[in-house]
Design a protein around this ligand. Structure first.
Ligand code: PEP
Ligand code: MG
Length: 325
């Protein structure tokens, strides 16, 4: 199978009915980067910057981070990299930060909430990204945005740092794209102005699903209540696809489901055209997308919906089993 995936490396993920899905990889450590070549990823759809903070025993310095981000961009050789700003709190606690004792950390003070309430670290990180990019395109996204106002504030912080760097006479990025991760259902119902303002949206399905179903992503006991192929969840994703289409907002999906072939198929059938996943999943996902008709997959999901079934999993699995290999 490895050999078969290698032979697909330079081929696009195009379905039998001619729909192309762009496949990107998720990364976070320098060790992930060599996979960019081998996997055939079109770029890095999610760079989890917190990993660099988690593997240290003290807060990294700005210049250290700038060097590191520049190396990531070097390794990407002009392919886009979406740097997600620090996503700490919840299950990710920095060993050198005072742990905050919260009853429910997943819904507590985490991600962009920390970045906006205590902006020192966020500003340092944004400066490091700007310095790393000098003269090259830069793509930044903010994690766990739940409201339009948070996005406005985070984006303003980015633009402030950009102006500051410029006024200091430093080189600035050739282009700058600022996006939001959609990880809470609330953001899907943000005002139209949000969709018009953001350069792109990336669905963080791991968190989005956990809040959609109120089922902890870490808890095995509620695993079956956390089904991506649940018709309600697929309908919700479709509503997001439609809202983005109205404003022409680029949309991608970067949770773990993007790397699970049957889940990835359902995401593509609901209209997602950019998926970002762990590099080893690109081959299997591409192999499946190339041998299906997405319109037919969509019709199978609609049959499950019309039949009042909770999930499209059984029907999609049966349909796939009946396809020629
Ligand atoms: C997600 O929530 O789907 C996501 C990509 O972010 P993380 O898994 O790092 O929370
Ligand atoms: Mg998340």
């Amino acid at each position: 199978a490895q050999k078969r995936y290698a032979s697909l490396r330079d081929l696009p993920a195009i379905s039998l009915d001619g729909q192309e899905v762009a496949l990107y990889m998720n990364a976070g450590l320098m060790a992930d980067l060599p996979s960019l070549e081998g996997s055939g990823a079109q770029g890095v759809g999610l760079f989890r910057t917190e990993l660099q903070f988690l593997i240290r025993n003290q807060m990294p310095k700005r210049d250290e981070l700038a060097t590191l981000y520049a190396r990531v961009m070097d390794a990407a050789k002009g392919r886009p990299v979406a740097f997600r700003t620090l996503d700490i709190g919840s299950d990710k606690v920095l060993p050198y930060m005072k742990p905050n004792d919260e009853p429910n950390p997943a819904m507590g003070w985490r991600a962009i909430r920390v970045g906006l309430d205590k902006p020192g670290v966020l500003r340092m990180q944004l400066q490091a990204l700007i310095r790393a990019a000098k003269g090259r395109p830069l793509t930044v996204m903010f994690p766990f945005v739940a409201e339009f106002s948070e996005f406005i504030e985070a984006r303003s912080a980015m633009l402030r740092e950009l102006h500051r760097e410029k006024s200091l006479g430093h080189a600035i990025p050739a282009t700058l794209e600022i996006g939001a991760m959609l990880e809470t259902p609330s953001l899907a119902y943000a005002p139209q102005d949000f969709f018009a303002m953001t350069d792109f949206i990336s669905i963080g399905g791991n968190d989005l699903k956990q809040f959609f179903f109120a089922a902890d992503r870490e808890n095995e006991r509620v695993r079956k209540r956390y089904d991506t192929l649940n018709i309600s969840f697929l309908s919700f994703l479709e509503a997001i696809v439609q809202r983005c289409a109205q404003t022409g907002t680029r949309l991608s999906f970067c949770g773990e489901d993007a790397g699970r072939p049957i889940e990835a198929l359902a995401l593509a059938a609901m209209g997602l055209r950019v998926l970002s996943m762990r590099p080893a999943s690109i081959g299997p996902v591409k192999a499946l997308l190339r041998r299906v008709d997405l319109g037919q997959a969509r019709a199978v999901i609609d049959e499950a919906r019309r039949a009042g079934e909770a999930s499209a999993r059984d029907r999609l699995t049966d349909w796939l089993a009946g396809l020629p290999q």
